[in-house]
Design a protein around this ligand. Structure first.
Ligand code: NDP
Length: 281
């Protein structure tokens, strides 16, 4: 388990990834710079964006300013982006990647993901990802929103295996079967919408655990993820929340707390079901 915001976990290809980071989904481009900079200044070392978020330029500016303000180097930061559903041909994936890199103002990415599996449309895209990985432009490649059956197909033809699957995961959607499969295949799990986009924060069971610990509900939910060795990306644009959401390493949830929170699972999604979402190809 990670014990600080800078602690990293080794992915299957040897690349180290910080266990907790800032995501910028639904952050307008002009607000992204400040959120990213604030996060870096508060000790975050992982920033998660995607081409479809339309804020890679703002993310890039935030990275630039944050690194200078915190006196850090590019290698100190882990940056993820994702290729969107309508760019899953070989050539489009390469083009989308180059555009993301240009917009971010970076010369490599730490992690690049296929954002959604579509109707198994990822074969050509994965070949392009392998090419980009082998040419050194990406340190690690992975997927997002892949179910077991998508992963089985991908693993049947991949020369370079995905090292990470970024999925919706929170106390109402614990994803046990997918996690088991990924663990068996050395694919790290990274949770998106860990706070259920804010909806989990009014849950009375978690509120009561938060009161017992003298912590915010968000901290309890995020700690629940970290304490199970799940990588987590959470979003806030508010400086005080960016700061407090990362204060996860000076308290511990008991086994009973962990069980109580996990028992809230209802296989309930706040985002789309990957088997139904946006089949453009
Ligand atoms: P989160 O579960 O992280 O929740 C974010 C929401 O919770 C925002 O509305 C935020 O508001 C609010 N919030 C954050 N902290 C607190 C707090 N302490 N108290 C009260 N409210 C709080 O949702 P996201 O969907 O943004 O998921 C996190 C990241 O995961 C994304 O930003 C993105 O990087 C990634 N993601 C990936 C997807 C994929 O398909 N691969 C899909 C969705 C997300 P405010 O900003 O005002 O604080």
């Amino acid at each position: 388990m990670i014990n600080s915001l800078q602690d990293k976990v080794k992915l299957a290809n040897g690349v180290e990834i910080p266990g907790f980071g800032l995501g910028v989904f639904q952050v307008p481009d002009h607000e992204t710079k400040d959120a990213v900079k604030e996060a870096i200044l508060n000790g975050y070392r992982l920033i998660d964006t995607a081409q479809i978020y339309g804020n890679e330029k703002g993310t890039g500016l935030g990275i630039q300013e944050g690194l200078v303000a915190a006196n850090l180097k590019r290698e100190d930061l882990f940056v993820t982006s994702k290729v969107w559903n309508d760019h899953l041909s070989y050539d489009e994936t390469i083009k989308a990647f180059e555009q993301s890199l240009a917009d971010l103002g970076l010369d490599y990415l730490d992690l690049y993901l296929i954002h959604w599996p579509g109707h198994d449309a990822y074969k050509e895209s994965w070949k392009a990802m392998e090419y980009l990985y082998q040419s050194g432009k990406i340190k690690a490649i992975g997927v997002s929103n892949f179910q077991v059956h998508h992963l089985e197909k991908l693993l049947s033809f991949a020369t370079v295996k995905p090292v990470l699957n970024q999925i919706e995961l929170h106390p109402k959607l614990t994803q046990n079967e997918l996690r088991e499969f990924c663990q068996k295949h050395q694919i790290a799990i990274q949770a998106w919408s860990p706070l259920m986009q804010g909806q989990i924060l009014t849950n009375p069971t978690i509120q009561s655990i938060a009161e017992q610990h003298g912590r915010s509900v968000a901290q309890i939910v995020l700690r629940w993820g970290i304490q199970q060795d799940i990588l987590v990306v959470s979003k806030s644009v508010k400086p005080e929340r960016i700061k407090s959401n990362a204060q996860l390493f000076d308290f511990q949830l008991s086994d009973e707390d962990m069980k109580t929170i996990s028992a809230l699972n209802e296989d309930l999604r706040v985002g789309p079901n990957p088997d139904q979402f946006n089949f453009v190809m």
